[in-house]
Ligand binder design. Structure first.
Ligand SMILES: [Zn+2]
Length: 165
């Protein structure tokens, strides 16, 4: 480099396409999501319900073959306020990404919270899924556009602590 203001790297956009093999438990989950249902799996030893299911209980090391159908309602387990836009996503920052714990589940998954001012979102807030129109459903959790408040009373965060049976 001749000049200290010159970069010793260059910036370039790249595009990568890949195929993800979901595995049997996640495949079943995604097939159900394509029908507007959310299914998890229950551990035969500790009764923990995993959604999305992974096919086994990490606590007990046993297969989780019992399927459980869950509601699309739950609560905010934790969240973060995002101030950086997602490329190609129309949602304007700041927005909230939250770990959603569905009723009857013992783990949470990441999704968006909308239809409420960011500063009013809180841990324990009751939320429900807002689904895309059915004709747009695919085998993706993106069938749910986001979660919105139900208006029900908040739950106590300590009620989310799992106690194995
Ligand atoms: Zn277990």
């Amino acid at each position: 480099m001749n000049n200290s203001s010159e970069k010793d790297y260059f910036e370039s956009l790249i595009s990568l396409e890949y195929t993800h093999t979901a595995g049997s438990a996640t495949t079943r989950f995604l097939e159900a999501v394509a029908e507007g249902k959310i299914v998890g799996q229950k551990c035969p030893k500790c009764s923990a319900v995993y959604v999305p299911p992974r096919g086994s209980c990490p606590r007990d090391g046993v297969p989780t073959s019992e399927e459980v159908t869950l509601t699309d309602r739950g609560c905010v387990e934790s969240f973060t306020v995002v101030h950086i836009p997602i490329p190609g996503n129309p949602i304007e920052p700041p927005f909230v990404s939250a770990m959603i714990r569905l009723d009857g589940a013992n783990i949470s998954f990441l999704h968006l919270i909308q239809e409420i001012p960011v500063e009013e979102i809180r841990i324990g807030m009751r939320v429900e899924a807002v689904w895309k129109p059915q004709e747009e459903w695919t085998t993706s959790l993106e069938n749910i556009k986001w979660f919105k408040p139900t208006g029900e009373p908040d739950i106590k965060p300590e009620s989310l602590i799992f106690k194995p049976k």
